[in-house]
Design a protein. Structure first.
Length: 65
């Protein structure tokens, strides 16, 4: 979790920028079964990294996650 939320993995995802949730799905999809488990993990990582859940209001309403 720390690797992907705060460490080198976080740099690959670029949390807080548009498309971060989809980049998380791509990066972690290599290791986690697709579907609800992957989406839930990326949602939790997004919350940990940015302080908010992904969605249309994420990133000050600028995200399309």
């Amino acid at each position: 979790m720390r690797y992907w939320a705060e460490g080198p993995g976080a740099a690959k995802i670029a949390w807080g920028s548009e498309g971060d949730f989809e980049r998380c799905r791509v990066q972690l999809g290599k290791y986690v079964k697709p579907g609800r488990m992957l989406d839930g993990l990326c949602s939790n990582l997004h919350k940990r990294a940015t302080g908010e859940r992904p969605g249309p209001n994420a990133h000050g309403g600028k995200g399309k996650d």
